[in-house]
Design a binder for this molecule. Sequence first.
Ligand SMILES: Cc1cc2nc3c(=O)[nH]c(=O)nc-3n(C[C@H](O)[C@H](O)[C@H](O)COP(=O)(O)O)c2cc1C
Length: 272
Amino acid sequence: MSLFTIDQNKCAKDGLCAAECPYGLITMESGMPEPVPGAEKVCIDCGHCVAVCPTGAFALATMDPAGCARVEPERLPAAEALDHLVRFRRSVRVYKNKPVEREKLVRLLDMVRYAPTGKNTQLISWLVVTGKEAREELAAGAVDWMRDLLATNSPMAAAFGVKRWIGAWEQGLDPILRSAPCLLVTHAPESHRGGVIDSTIALATLDLAAVTEGLGTCWAGLLFLAASNWPPLREKLALPSGETITGAMMIGYPKHRYQRIPRRKETRVTWR
Ligand SMILES: Cc1cc2nc3c(=O)[nH]c(=O)nc-3n(C[C@H](O)[C@H](O)[C@H](O)COP(=O)(O)O)c2cc1C
């Protein structure tokens, strides 16, 4: 099957598809867009050719223009609104005892699949843990890892201040998942080198978007570290075979309302 087809009646022969292709896989030599030899082996299915075509003449075998939503520039948030969202969001560590509606999670996960992935691989999958027992078991697994770091005199024990977290856990607190009603775990094939970066971008996007749903998030860095280093916790996660954890984030309704934006360091930048 050809990589793409062109509706000859609609094509404006403007070469936008060729100019936009990140791998230069489209030639206009004949006057019409045509794939260069071997293009189908290199194409990453990013769809820029379909997206940029003003007349809807360009259809990838995997993606026709009718199946792609129209862009609506008038719906973009104003610069000040986005600026405020970025400053407004906080790492939430105190949650209401209220579950997150599945529709909201579905909406957020559906949105963040549009976050960029290296070479458009889109290999990130999600594990959503809402069960209290399951969340507590994972947090307990992370504390076990911390106890092992201490017992084996690992330098990581001091680096991550594990005594403090173990102490809090032993007092009945949850310093790992902050008793959040929901934990999101991203995972990707072990062979996928860009898994952590792609997940971080997706989670950072979700972190911002969650605010617009009245939700708050917190990066579950301690759980991620533990799961990346402690096989018993990896077993508890029970990810599909061949998949590895690439990120984790708590999500729920914030119990407290922040009144101010805490100060941050000034930007350090070199202009050349
Ligand atoms: C990669 C990463 C891992 C983090 N892990 C944790 C964590 O395990 N527990 C926690 O309470 N906060 C965690 N945080 C939250 C940071 O402490 C927080 O972003 C920082 O204090 C700034 O606060 P803010 O997010 O409200 O601006 C993590 C943040 C990042 C970016």
